[in-house]
Design a protein around this ligand. Structure first.
Ligand code: ATP
Ligand code: MG
Length: 182
């Protein structure tokens, strides 16, 4: 019997508590006109979406990710963005930081080597970002003053459970970056 591809998984960065606090405050203050503000615990930056896999593949994915050896780095979100078609308000980077590209390259290399295809870098929208709200109206987008920073000391393999209201995410495993091990 073939094992069902019943798990929906992706790799992502989760901001630390302080950055999460800033991001969720921004989301609350800017998102208007109904829609849905992303709850603080769900705020994330997608590195690579894998999609539906078997439980055996989940174990493989965790092994693959553990082989990634990249230095920890500081990430600064310095711009807000809005995609009007789907009403997505997001925070991201004016210029994608080299360290972030390096992490994704290393992960994508290991995934490809093990036969996992990654469709789009940084998710379907191909831009590294943290979605703050969906299906909102955003008549004016302020400039983000002080960048929102955190130390990226790990990345995570996450399972997504889709619900009509909002997806919920569960971290299956976290992978420490170099120089960040406890
Ligand atoms: P919802 O689907 O309820 O709006 P969501 O998009 O966050 O919430 P998922 O669809 O499970 O939940 O997606 C998890 C992450 O992977 C999200 O950051 C999403 O942008 C990204 N993603 C989802 N589908 C794809 C895809 N086909 N290709 C690339 N990235 C994707
Ligand atoms: Mg989705």
């Amino acid at each position: 019997m073939t094992e069902a591809r019943s798990r929906r998984v992706f790799f992502a960065l989760w901001p630390d508590d302080e950055a999460t606090g800033h991001l969720s405050a921004l989301a609350q203050s800017l998102a208007t006109g109904g829609g849905r503000v992303i709850r603080p615990a769900s705020l994330h930056l997608t590195l690579a979406f894998v999609g539906a896999v078997t439980s055996t593949q989940v174990v493989q994915l965790a092994e693959i990710a553990a082989a990634v050896r990249v230095e920890a780095f500081d990430l600064a979100l310095d711009r807000l963005g809005f995609w009007p078609q789907r009403g997505i308000l997001w925070a991201g980077c004016r210029q994608t930081p080299a360290a972030l590209i390096h992490l994704l390259d290393a992960l994508a290399f290991e995934l490809r080597r093990a036969g996992f295809a990654i469709d789009h870098r940084f998710g379907a929208d191909r831009v590294p970002h943290i979605t703050l709200a969906r299906r909102v109206r955003c008549p004016s987008l302020p400039r983000l003053g002080t960048p929102i920073r955190w130390r990226v000391s790990e990345f995570a393999l996450v399972e997504s459970h889709l619900h009509p209201s909002a997806a919920s995410y569960r971290t299956l495993a976290s992978f420490a970056l170099k120089g960040a091990e406890a």
